[in-house]
Design a protein around this ligand. Structure first.
Ligand code: MV4
Length: 477
């Protein structure tokens, strides 16, 4: 095992990684920006290195500054958390060149999987089903129209270099395709410096189901079951749960085993997540693979009893997996609610400010991952995730009740500060969600529905609500 690890992140995940290191007897150093000098991670870490001013481009995204910090403290490995440099193959390569172990997949594997077009081709070859569409990038608008004509509408145009919902356009009719194609290419060029796009059938009313895998450097791998992340707004997840609800045990097993086969086939190592869409007929389609620990990893930890960050550290240190698939048992249901410092009544605009009151929930089977504390100043520079409240219970009904109970206890207040808790409560109250029958359209339906306390207007026609087509804000996960 490593003697010292550099944590190249901030917020709740920096604390999460720090705690795992402590538990394994690994010394920690954390990097921080000028905005994070008073952070809990800086206070709890053995060492802390200031690497730059608040803007992440000059701090948490500054590979040279992070490598220099690792050299200063004598760290042997770098844990990148999620977001920032966690899936940056160039950063992983720079770490290797400087004698540092990057805690994640090998750089060349990460590069191949970070390109969605290449990841799709690799996974398709490994036998994973993809949504109907083009595997190779589509070179012209005419070619896009031809592909769409074959697979049928609606289609979605996606940036090959995109990911996590950035750079996608949904197209409902042939007349709109040439413009959408040109727009997505232009956006992809601007945002990713890479204008390759591909075209897929757009699956409406599907669920977002993902599979957690752990693969070591010796060709061994296990899966840790599924998570449902269908409750999203503009590709920001709000509520996640494990295992994915309302799917047959046979379907869940097949998806999980297929995902693991794919990960092993492409030489993936570390903790990773394969994303799928599952349609109403329980057919599943591979979307993309994430080469990092994810925000929602706690729900998997709670149903498996496996500490994913411990496992990341062991794998990176070269230890063969100590887990065998047949020993991994999924037990009960875990649900996580992200608490963002945003105003759900003002289009989820961030509401930075000082937390005058901060009392997180407690109680049985209730886990709170947060970097918040009374008096903490939530700044405007980074994403607005303040806390994750995750609960476990023997079944889904009890888990949802327990989550509602925990959210009711959470006391966060400060001048101008709002949180997403009231919106989460609406989701937890929703009849379809309660039954586990919801899909990726749930949040849009709630946001276009009349407020709960006004009577319903008379119904005159059935109106189809079209999902928003582009994500327009940066994401960390
Ligand atoms: C899709 C899709 C439907 N059809 N691709 C969003 C995040 C990224 N990982 C992939 N995403 C999607 N890709 C096809 N071919 C639906 C999503 C999607 C979604 C779309 C609209 C609103 C919410 C969504 C939540 C999860 C996934």
């Amino acid at each position: 095992m490593f003697e010292k690890v550099l944590i190249a992140n901030r917020g709740e995940i920096a604390l999460r990684v720090l705690r795992a290191c402590r538990e394994l007897g690994v010394r920690t150093a954390v990097v921080y920006s000028a905005a994070d000098a008073d952070s809990a991670a800086v206070r709890l870490s053995d060492e802390a290195v200031r690497i730059g001013p608040a803007p992440s481009r000059r701090s948490y995204l500054n590979a040279a500054a992070i490598v220099e910090a690792a050299r200063q403290v004598g760290a042997q490995a770098v844990h990148p958390g999620y977001g920032f440099l966690s899936e940056d193959a160039d950063f992983a390569e720079i770490c290797a060149q400087n004698g540092l172990t990057f805690i994640g997949p090998r750089p060349e594997v990460m590069a191949a999987l970070g390109d969605k077009s290449s990841a799709r081709a690799l996974m398709s070859r490994a036998g994973l089903p993809l949504p109907a569409g083009s595997v190779e990038p589509v070179p012209t608008a005419d070619a896009a129209v031809e592909v769409a004509g074959e697979i049928g509408y609606p289609v979605i145009v996606k940036a090959a270099a995109g990911g996590g919902g950035r750079g996608m356009t949904v197209v409902w009719t042939p007349a709109d395709l040439p413009r959408a194609y040109a727009k997505t290419r232009a956006t992809a060029q601007k945002v990713f410096g890479d204008d390759r796009v591909y075209v897929e059938r757009y699956l409406t009313d599907a669920r977002h189901v993902e599979v957690q895998v752990l693969c070591d450097a010796h060709g061994n791998g296990v899966h840790l079951g599924t998570r449902d992340c269908s409750v999203q707004r503009r590709h920001q997840k709000l509520i996640e749960e494990a295992p994915a609800p309302a799917l047959s045990a046979a379907t869940l097993d097949t998806i999980a085993e297929t995902a693991l086969r794919g990960a092993l086939a492409v030489g993936f190592t570390g903790a990773g997540t394969l994303e799928f869409l599952v349609d109403a007929k329980e057919r599943f389609h591979f979307l993309e693979i994430n080469c990092r620990i994810q925000v929602e990893h706690p729900v998997t930890e709670m149903i498996t009893g496996i500490d994913l960050v411990h496992e990341q550290l062991h794998i990176a240190a070269g230890t063969p997996l100590r887990l065998r698939q047949e020993e991994i048992r999924l037990h009960g249901v875990a649900v996580e609610c992200r608490v963002n410092v945003e105003d759900p009544d003002r289009d989820f605009a961030p509401t930075p400010g000082r937390l005058e009151r901060f009392v997180p929930p407690g109680g049985p089977f209730t886990r709170v991952d947060t970097h918040g504390y009374p008096g903490y100043l939530v700044g405007p520079h980074y994403d607005s995730l303040l806390a994750k409240v995750a609960v476990w219970a023997p079944d889904r009904e009890l888990a949802l009740n327990r989550l509602e109970r925990a959210l009711d206890e959470f006391d966060v207040a400060g001048p101008g500060v709002r949180t997403t808790i009231p919106f989460a409560r609406r989701v937890l109250d929703d009849a379809e969600f309660r039954k586990g029958r919801h899909h990726t359209g749930l949040v849009d339906r709630l946001l276009t529905a009349p407020p709960a306390d006004t009577p319903d207007p008379p119904v005159t026609a059935v109106t189809a609500t079209r999902p928003s087509t582009t994500a327009d804000r940066p994401m960390s996960d």
